[in-house]
Design a binder for this molecule. Structure first.
Ligand SMILES: Nc1nc2c(ncn2[C@@H]2O[C@H](COP(=O)(O)OP(=O)(O)OP(=O)(O)O)[C@@H](O)[C@H]2O)c(=O)[nH]1
Length: 321
């Protein structure tokens, strides 16, 4: 209270040459310096916070120099207030000199950075660049989509090539064997019958030799078509060798497989005549029903043995085991 009274009655007069100061003049100077001091402490704090928060900030060291420079300016204003009542002119001088040094350094740094700062792209230029980037990105996404579609198409083609025999369109050897393995596993789980048919065209070599490879190819295709007519949707047929085919018949007992084989054999004779000069093609067929102890190899072997017997019996016949 005593200080406040002194302050306003004029007794608490400034130091030194300021003896003539009046209370209103004193308030004006002290108030102005105090506000400037507060602002000059808050600004560096904000700048330091900004630099610490944004590691991608350009000219971060310049911001820190500004922070230091403003801090020292604030310190001189603080000493300006203190020196009204005390005579710390020496300290004030040192702080002013430091402020001067850091101000000069900041100014030099600013001038050195100026060309780089001026050359930074402006807002409009940035907008143009962003628009170009967005356009390029869209084009890239389109190209990517196109590429993905192409890869999907090629993958489907490769899958098709791996599972299908190119000439006849039937399943490939690998695929029909894979299916047979699955069906054998199903037999042991569900105890349903499963039969297979091994079919080999007779004297096919002579067709090739007498009428050419192309006629041989056509015969193979026609034969494949004629087998397929008799098969159910649940049956599978594949080409497992040059003129050798394997038919997998789920849910089929040996007798039924035998009947089906006879029908296929008979129809083949009629279907494979391409021209009056080309003789009809016949087939020898070996069939086998899957037994509980069978695996892929043993089942195939039994059907193969039956086929061999059919060949030995004079061909164009069916043998079952
Ligand atoms: N045109 C054609 N011929 C093929 C193809 N694959 C294999 N061959 C031919 O099929 C013939 C098979 O001959 P062989 O193994 O002696 O059998 P085969 O003449 O039918 O005699 P058997 O089976 O004992 O009745 C060979 O001449 C092969 O060149 C093919 O994709 N196209």
């Amino acid at each position: 209270m005593a200080i406040l009274t002194d302050l306003f009655n004029g007794n608490f007069m400034p130091h030194g040459h300021c003896l003539l100061w009046r209370p209103d003049l004193l308030m004006l100077h002290v108030g102005g310096d105090a506000l400037t001091f507060i602002a000059y402490m808050l600004i560096p704090a904000a700048l330091v916070r900004l630099v610490r928060a944004r590691d991608d900030l350009r000219f971060g060291s310049m911001f820190l120099m500004f922070a230091g420079f403003i801090f020292f300016c604030g310190a001189t204003h603080l000493l300006g207030i203190i020196n009204v009542w005390h005579g710390y002119y020496y300290i004030h001088g040192i702080v002013k000199s430091l402020t001067g040094v850091i101000s000069i350094m900041t100014a030099i740094m600013l001038w050195r950075l100026l060309p780089e700062a001026i050359s930074l792209p402006g807002k409009r230029q940035m907008q143009v660049t962003i628009a170009e980037l967005v356009k390029a990105e869209r084009k890239l996404a389109e190209a990517n989509q196109h590429l993905e579609a192409e890869v999907r198409k090629r993958t489907a083609q490769l899958e098709q090539m791996a599972t299908t025999d190119e000439l006849t369109g039937l399943l490939s050897r690998r695929e029909i064997m894979r299916i047979l393995e699955v069906e054998i596993a199903r037999v042991s789980r569900q105890s349903t019958p499963l039969s297979i048919m091994m079919l080999d065209l007779d004297h096919f070599k002579s067709i090739n030799d007498n009428f050419g490879h192309q006629v041989g190819d056509t015969t193979l295709k026609t034969a494949a078509d004629s087998f397929s007519i008799f098969l159910r949707k649940t049956d599978f047929i594949g080409r497992i060798g040059g003129e050798e085919f394997l038919i997998v018949l789920p849910d089929t007992k040996l007798n039924d497989a035998y009947e089906l084989a006879e029908r296929i054999r008979l129809v083949l004779e009629q279907h494979t005549v391409q021209a009056p000069s080309v003789p009809a093609c016949t087939a020898s067929i070996g069939i086998a029903q899957c037994q509980p102890a069978d695996n892929l190899n043993s089942l195939i072997q039994r059907a193969d043995e039956a086929l061999y017997q059919a060949k030995s019996k004079g061909r164009n016949c069916v043998v079952g085991t």
